[in-house]
Design a protein around this ligand. Structure first.
Ligand SMILES: *Cc1c(COP(=O)(O)O)cnc(C)c1O
Length: 441
């Protein structure tokens, strides 16, 4: 039955991973290139991986895991999907980069714009952070205003002015704002709580005439999964319009994840600018920002807002993105993924309910969040940080049983098209056993 070399609590080892990590720490700060990877808020050294296949990860100690991290979101098709790998291999053999237009640009451009009702033009960049940075510049360029309103607990990449109460790695390490951000930059950012229409309206009134845009993760998924009520998002749309302020949906994580049209499509709300990343690159480093033709034509070389990139729309990355997005457009893709996720989280919820465990598994589309409370959480201030100790225990026990979650209780999990019912059943059994350990010792 067990055709994958899953570890068990008796056999689990990180001997080789630990060795590699010791060496890595002498080369790189904290041994890593992105802070949460260092496992500082969970137990033991990070697991070093050798390869992935479908929904499985294989580590350097020869053990397999069902992967719910999915490279933090891009891998909606799982690892090494044949259509993606074929297209990438074919493309890479013809040259890795030209710094010039290629036909791949048009292919992915047409694919995205033909199937996304909320955008008319798009510009590709190389990361989600870069997409957000560019979108902010565009919003400021279009409006001639400088201030930005963001929400507490929303993460928008490591853009200087937005690393204020930002979730993701910052909340994992208990720091609300990064060092190295001049006060004058942070002063351009106004932070309001999520789901609080009065606070939002007060901020818009107080800074009337100074605000370029409001930026939100319409599905906040970098500080737990803080699902917003559609009424709040609609209010946000109406008020920004009323105050002449642009609305940016940061869909780096939700774009192409909860549907091809992301959260804009799910809630049927038209933002002014959208940002993408993660899935749009099919596992390669890609980001993008998009809007109406009118707004996008403010970008250089047509308009005055400068933005450029040596490796922007890199052909290999565009090939990976194109092949990935093509799969997502197949009929029933999202319905099947959502149904699988609902069944998986539903099973875990039923288990916890029957056992009286204080845990819930909210989900939207194929994004879910294992959280140790019975409350519905809609803002970061409602998260009881002390309960992350439960996540820490669950995380280690899951690892020992062949289930890989991102190493932070503030991060969400992702189900991919490659997770079969059998994989999810196996994973659910292991998670249930881990929860027994969390709640019964
Ligand atoms: C991941 C993420 C980013 C940053 O993207 P990177 O590619 O890591 O720079 C920005 N915004 C949101 C909502 C994200 O989830």
């Amino acid at each position: 039955m067990n055709q994958h070399p899953y570890p068990t609590p008796e056999t689990f080892t990180r001997a080789r991973s630990a060795e590699l990590f010791e060496t890595a720490k002498t080369y790189f700060p904290g041994g890593v290139h992105s802070p949460v990877r260092a496992f500082k808020s969970v137990q033991g050294p990070p697991v070093f991986f050798e390869r992935g296949e479908g929904c499985h990860l294989f580590d350097v100690d020869g053990q397999a895991y069902v992967d719910f991290c999915g490279s933090w979101g891009p891998l909606i098709l799982g690892h090494v999907h044949p259509a993606v790998v074929d297209r990438v291999q074919e493309t890479v053999a013809k040259g890795m980069s030209f710094g010039a237009p290629t036909p791949h640009d048009n292919l992915i451009g047409q694919l995205v714009l033909d199937h996304h009702r909320f955008i008319e033009m798009i510009r590709f960049v190389s990361s989600g952070t870069e997409a957000v940075m560019s979108a902010l510049r565009l919003a400021r360029g279009v409006t001639g205003k400088s201030k930005v309103i963001k929400f507490e607990g929303c993460y928008h990449g490591h853009v200087d002015s937005l690393l204020v109460k930002a979730g993701s790695g910052l909340v994992t390490f208990g720091i609300s704002t990064s060092a190295g951000i001049p006060e004058s930059f942070a002063a351009e950012t106004i932070v309001v709580p999520l789901g609080d229409p009065e606070a939002l309206e007060a901020a818009l009134k107080q800074h009337a005439g100074e605000v370029a845009c409001v930026i939100i993760e319409p599905i906040p998924a970098n500080n737990g999964l803080l699902l917003q009520q559609i009424e709040f998002l609609q209010f946000l749309r109406d008020k920004t319009r009323e105050f002449g302020v642009l609305l940016i949906f940061d869909e780096v994580i939700s774009g192409f994840r909860v549907g091809f049209e992301g959260a804009a499509g799910l809630y049927n709300i038209q933002p002014d600018i959208l940002t993408f990343g993660k899935i749009i690159g099919g596992g390669m480093p890609v980001g993008a920002y998009a809007a109406s033709k009118e707004i996008m034509e403010q970008v250089a070389p047509v308009g005055p807002v400068y933005q450029a990139g040596t490796l922007s729309a890199n052909p290999v990355a565009m090939a990976a993105g194109f092949a990935t997005l093509t799969e997502l457009l197949k009929p029933g893709f999202y319905a099947a993924l959502e149904e699988k996720t609902a069944r998986f989280t539903g099973r875990l919820q039923t288990y916890c309910d029957q056992k009286g465990y204080e845990a819930t598994f909210p989900h939207v589309g194929s994004i879910f969040w294992p959280t140790f409370t019975r409350e519905i959480i809609r803002k970061s201030a409602e998260i009881d940080d002390s309960r992350m100790r439960f996540f820490k225990v669950m995380h280690l026990e899951c690892l020992k049983r062949g289930v890989y979650f991102g190493p932070s209780g503030y991060e969400v999990g992702f189900v991919s098209a490659a997770h079969t019912e059998a994989d999810l059943d196996f994973a659910a059994s292991q998670i249930e056993a881990s929860l027994d350990l969390v709640f019964q010792g």
